[in-house]
Design a protein around this ligand. Structure first.
Ligand SMILES: [Zn+2]
Length: 59
């Protein structure tokens, strides 16, 4: 019997298995091995992240 990965790291594509800890980004719904992988993923997606969260407004 092989363990089925519960998720895949968005930064390094490592399989993340049930019962292990990982970082989950609830906005983009991606998983990462840990803070360093998440930072790597965020560095590549910062522009889109900001686009999703920030906008120009009239005051
Ligand atoms: Zn990773």
């Amino acid at each position: 019997m092989t363990d089925k990965p519960a998720a895949v790291c968005a930064a390094c594509n490592a399989n993340l298995y049930e019962g292990r800890s990982a970082i989950y980004d609830s906005l983009f719904e991606v998983y990462a091995c840990g803070p360093s992988c998440w930072s790597e993923w965020y560095a590549d997606n910062e522009a889109e992240y900001k686009r999703k969260w920030t906008e120009a407004v009239d005051l």
